[in-house]
Ligand binder design. Structure first.
Ligand SMILES: [Mg+2]
Length: 221
């Protein structure tokens, strides 16, 4: 059994909540599986999808290198094309859209920091139906676990690290937050396992709203 988050209000409520996309806001695993299997068949590659999932969170090109596929001609391009073709299989996790609306109603801004390319991330973010103040991808700067995208998001929003929180589901998310000096919360409904030091753990999206209850109570909109 995973531990529970600390009681709401034990830490100052953040003014900016940054989210990883895959495995936190959107369940895109069916898209990735369909794309991976289609391209593996097409190019006769025999790396199981489960091996790819172990490295989720890192930029795609880095994952291919880690899996020994860095030199496989056309894999990255074919995968991107297939992922767009199967993008209709992605869904927000249950409870995410309501939680985002409640967080904004409490006066906390939203942002996304993902390893997805901007071309694939933008439609998914827009489909969530709530305005996001910032979307950062590895198209600018290094990808996770480097802190670059998180730091650039803070600069774009004019926010101190102390007033922000990053919500992720993989060890690279936790490392990026730590290196950027941000608080971190782990979405237990995502794809990753927990790593030391144990972070704040959220069991369901509704618990995201508990993190900004203090703002709601103050009416600080
Ligand atoms: Mg993720």
């Amino acid at each position: 059994m995973l531990s529970n988050p600390p009681p709401a209000g034990s830490e100052p409520a953040p003014g900016l909540m940054l989210f990883d996309l895959d495995g936190v806001l959107v369940n895109s695993l069916p898209v990735m599986r369909a794309a991976w299997e289609a391209v593996s068949t097409q190019l006769e590659v025999r790396v199981p999808f489960e091996a790819y999932v172990e490295h989720l969170g890192r930029p795609f090109d880095e994952i291919l290198t880690l899996l020994g596929l860095g030199d496989t001609e056309g894999f990255a391009q074919a995968y991107q094309t297939a992922a767009v073709r199967f993008s209709h299989l992605a869904r927000p996790f249950p409870g995410v859209e309501q939680a985002l609306r409640d967080i904004v109603a409490a006066g906390c801004r939203l942002g996304v920091v993902t390893s997805k390319s901007v071309t694939r991330a933008r439609p998914m973010v827009d489909a969530l139906g709530t305005p996001f103040a910032v979307l950062r991808t590895p198209d600018q700067g290094r990808g996770k676990p480097s802190p670059d995208s998180l730091l650039l998001a803070l600069v774009e929003c004019g926010t101190d690290p102390a007033d922000a929180l990053y919500v992720g589901d993989m060890a690279v998310d936790q490392e990026a937050a730590q290196r950027a000096g941000l608080r971190y919360a782990h979405a237990a409904w995502g794809y990753g396992a927990l790593t030391e030091p144990l972070p704040l753990i959220l069991q369901e999206p509704a618990q995201l709203v508990d993190l900004v209850r203090e703002r709601l109570a103050k009416g600080s909109v």
